[in-house]
Design a protein around this ligand. Structure first.
Ligand code: CA
Length: 153
């Protein structure tokens, strides 16, 4: 499991990376939207942890841009903004969850695990080869035919 953390507060970003590592979650961190978005083009992350108050762009616009490109990576908003309206706007623009600052690292880890357990997520994917039942692989439902394989000599 690898997550992308876009957070301009360097000390907090470092704490998040170290904290998530303690829960077995690898994380890369970038201090601005431009570098973070560039990283999503080369690496397929399992989830994105996004600060809303970034130096170059508003995090809400980052969410909108990713969703407009049909990038469905789960996004968890980290925000010091207390207003319910902004949290709602973030969710409406395509974020999957939010966590207000300050937060407990174990809650961030638990929320990320919950996002990844969703159908299509890396922890929610069912691949059952033994009885060839329908399963989810990534965002696409895959149905296997109920056929028997015969191996002839
Ligand atoms: Ca910030």
């Amino acid at each position: 499991m690898r997550v992308l953390v876009i957070e301009d507060h360097q000390r907090l970003a470092k704490l998040i990376v170290e904290g998530l590592a303690g829960f077995g979650i690898g994380a890369d961190t970038f201090p601005n939207a431009e570098d973070g978005l560039a990283a999503t083009k080369s690496i397929s992350y399992d989830a994105l942890v996004l600060d809303l108050g970034l130096p170059d762009r508003d995090g809400l616009d980052v969410i909108q841009e990713l969703r407009a490109k049909s990038i469905r990576t789960p996004i968890l908003i980290l925000t010091a903004r207390g207003g319910i309206d902004e949290r709602v706007e973030g969710l409406d623009r395509g974020a999957d969850d939010y966590l207000p600052k300050p937060f407990a690292m174990k809650e961030l880890a638990a929320r990320l695990r919950a996002l990844l357990r969703r159908p299509g997520g890396p922890l929610g994917t069912t691949i059952d080869i033994a009885n060839l039942r329908p399963c989810l692989f990534g965002p696409f439902p895959v149905s296997f035919p109920s056929a028997k394989s015969t191996i002839s000599p």
